[in-house]
Design a protein around this ligand. Structure first.
Ligand code: ITT
Length: 180
């Protein structure tokens, strides 16, 4: 099945394209702006966005809302991740964590999909912690996020990110749902 990923983020699209190809799901990209509601739930934001876009996108499609949740900051930046990244970047996050004991964090990805008849929300998560300094490339918070079981940031180890990311987990569920 051909699916459309509605996103303004080319990094997210490229990751999704590579991962879904493994499951024989081919995707195209559409960049239609969706006024995101304010909520602490990625699932709620993604589903609301899907329903708003249903009128504009007349073919099977999905949207994804994701974010970095840091325990010591009560889940901040969470669903504000995109905005916070633009405002204070990775340097700002490291500064906020300077005096904190715990650096535990997780990435969450919520996909809301419409296959032409049904709609579904699928989530993926990856646990980890925030590094002491910026390391590697990638996009967004990749240079400061170290997944559990690794000592490298997502930005330093693209392969690990490809295999275990929050997005990999939600996209795998999407592929399974589409295939049913
Ligand atoms: P769309 O809403 O148009 O899809 P966006 O970038 O605004 O694009 P989100 O609202 O889901 O997407 O924002 C999530 C932000 O969280 C994103 O902009 C990054 O800063 C960060 N983020 C999400 N997934 C990430 C990942 O895999 N690696 C690094 N940072 C990530």
């Amino acid at each position: 099945m051909k699916l459309t990923f509605v996103t303004g983020n080319t990094h997210k699209f490229r990751e999704a394209e590579r991962i879904l190809k493994e499951y024989n799901v081919i995707i195209g990209r559409k960049d239609v702006n969706c006024e995101e509601i304010r909520s602490e739930s990625c699932e709620e934001i993604a589903l609301t966005c899907l329903r708003l876009l249903r009128r504009k996108v007349n073919k099977p499609f999905f949207v994804e809302d994701s974010g970095l949740f840091i325990n010591a900051l009560n889940g901040f930046p969470g669903t504000l991740s995109s905005w916070v990244f633009k405002k204070i970047g990775n340097g700002g996050i490291l500064e906020l964590l300077r005096e904190k004991q715990s650096r535990d964090a997780y990435f969450l990805s919520a996909i809301a999909a419409w296959d032409g008849g049904r709609e579904k929300v699928l989530t993926g998560k990856v646990d980890g912690h925030i590094s002491l300094e910026l390391r590697g490339k990638g996009f967004g918070y990749d240079p400061i996020f170290i997944p559990a079981g690794s000592d490298k940031t997502f930005g330093e180890d693209e392969k690990v990110k490809f295999l275990c990311s929050h997005r990999r987990n939600s996209l795998r569920k999407l592929a399974e749902w589409i295939g049913r």
